[in-house]
Design a protein around this ligand. Sequence first.
Ligand code: ARG
Length: 293
Amino acid sequence: SVGLTFRFMTSAPVRVPVAARLATARRYLMCPPRFFTVEYSINPWMDPSRPVSTEGALAEWSALKETYELLGHKVETIEPQPGLPDMVFAANSGTVVDGLVLGARFRAPQRAAEADFYRTWFLDHGYRDVVMPEKTNEAEGDFTWTGDVLLAGTGFRTDPGAHAEAQEVLGVPVVSLRLVDPRYYHLDVALFVLTEAGPGTRAHIAYYPEAFSPGTQRLLRRLYPDAILATAEDAACLGLNAVSDGQNVVIPREATNLIAAVKAHGYTPHLVDITELRKSGGGPKCCTMELRG
Ligand code: ARG
């Protein structure tokens, strides 16, 4: 049973019930960072003059994959390619809802070639509906499925025109969100879903309000009044780049406030080390594309 214990000076501990959490089995696609480096800079986290350990990144990635497997999730992998150091960030190469695949079109020329390797992976693995976007689209970097709507970030990478394209290709309602802080250049470093919406229930999410424009902050408050609001410290260690199965939350270990908050809300945090991957501006969610349906 989960619950919060509040202690009052004058009374015995009181148990306040917290909604039951429920894990659902997931399928993920991941790419081992065998060619991982930071040799160009396309976000404020990337400093090519700072040393990076490919071995260390591989160890972090393997531990992440093992965490998912121990939680009962299925992990598929795609071969990494030399010269594509960011290919480890699988989330950027496809948005899959109900077995329909919307591929990627990267903003940075350095990453452009990744999209076609992932497209080929989908075709080789039985996906029949694979659509490549016309507009700049960094997939789950900027698209977050909540169970009833697709939240879609723009401001740095994904073109707002890609939001309309996603709605048309995937046949799901899209809600556009404006990102304003270059450190949080993708939606998945500013917001994640803890529990998907179900029949008659809204999604439970966590986000860092200051990463969004004032209008988007109002929109998020309206849609998700019970969201967990992350602190600046949680955001600054990429704590929002977390992955939840509805019960278990795989999260960067430095995000101490957020870890305590998700626990208080009845979830089970699983802490991961992303020391090397973070040098490229990525964390657990960036390394993880969810294959839905
Ligand atoms: N270096 C990569 C880039 O800037 C990091 C991508 C992280 N992926 C993500 N889903 N946020 O494109």
